[in-house]
Design a protein around this ligand. Sequence first.
Ligand code: UDP
Ligand code: MG
Length: 318
Amino acid sequence: MLSVIVPAFNEGENINAAVKALTGLLNEKGIAFEVVFADDGSADRTWEFIEKAAAADSRIRGIKFSRNFGKEGAIFAGLSRVKGDCAVVIDCDLQHPPELIPEMYALWEQGAEVVEARKANRGRESLIYKAFAKAFYGIMKSSSDLNLDGASDFKLLDRKVIDALNALPERLTFFRALSAWVGFKTVQVEFEVKPRAFGKTKWSFKKLFKFAVSSVTGFTNLPMQLMTAAGLIFLAFAAALGVQTLVNFFSGHAAEGFSTVVLLLLLIGSLLMLGLGIIGYYLSKIYEEIKFRPRYIIERETPTADRSSNPGGEGNDD
Ligand code: UDP
Ligand code: MG
C-alpha cells in the first residue's frame, strides 16, 4: 500500500481539490493507498474539510495539531502514522504534481528506496528569494556534502527509510536533508513547479530565514569553526604588526595612527561578538534538544467518533 502524507496549514480551499486529484489518480492507476492529512494548526476550515473527506472515504485520515508547529512537524507526524509499504510526501497546494506519483511508485516497485522529485525550475519566485535560496543551498553543499539544489519535500520513501527517519531522536529536523542523509538507494525524477492552486504561500520571509539558519547549523559546525579561523588570521596580523612596531622602534620611528587602533578595536570587538553569537546560537539549539519537548502536539485525529467536541476547532498559528 502507498501512503500519501499531506501537510496542510490554512489550506481550506485546497483540501477538496487535493483529495479529488489524489483519489482520482490513484484509483485510476489501481494503486492501493491511504491519505494522511496533517493539519498544522490551521485557523481556517481546513480541519472541517479533512474530517468530511475522512468520513466519506475510509482511506483518508487526518491529524490535527494543537497549534502551528511548522511543516517539519507535520511531515514527521505523518511519517509516524502511515501504515503503507512506502509513503510519498506532497504539498497540499498541488504545486507538486500528483501525476508524478505513479511514476515514482513504479520506480519504487523496481527497487528504489528513496525517489526524490527535484525541481526542474523554481516556479515564479522573486530575485531576492532566488538569491537567498542559492546562497543557502551553496552553504549546505559545501559544508555538509548534501546537494539540495532543486530538492523539494516531494519524495517517496520506502518503509525502511520511514522507519529510519522515525528512529531519529532529534527534535530540530530538516526533512529534505535528513531523507538524503539516511542514505538508501536513491533515484531522482524531475518536475515543473506549478503555480499554487489557491491562496498564498504559508512561509513568511522571517519563517523561511529562521528555517534556513536552523537547517545549516543542524548539519554543520563550520560557522563555529569560522571563529577559530578568524582568530588565527588576527593572531598572524598581530605578530606581523608587533615585528613591524619593534623594527620601527629600534630604527627611531615612533608608530603613529590613532584611527588604525580604533579600527582594529572595532573589528576585533565585532568579530568577538559575532563569535559569541554563533556559539550562543548552537548552545540554544543544544538547549532546545535536551528539553526533549515533542516536535508537535496532536489535538485530534480521525476518526473522532468517540469525541463530542466541536469539529473544526481552532489552533493558534505561529
Ligand atoms: N505548511 C505547513 N506548515 C507551515 C507552513 C506550510 O504544513 O507552517 C504546508 C502547506 O500547507 C503546504 C506545504 O507546507 O502544503 C508547502 O507550503 P507552501 O505552499 O506555503 O510553501 P511554498 O510552496 O511556497 O514553498
Ligand atoms: Mg506551495
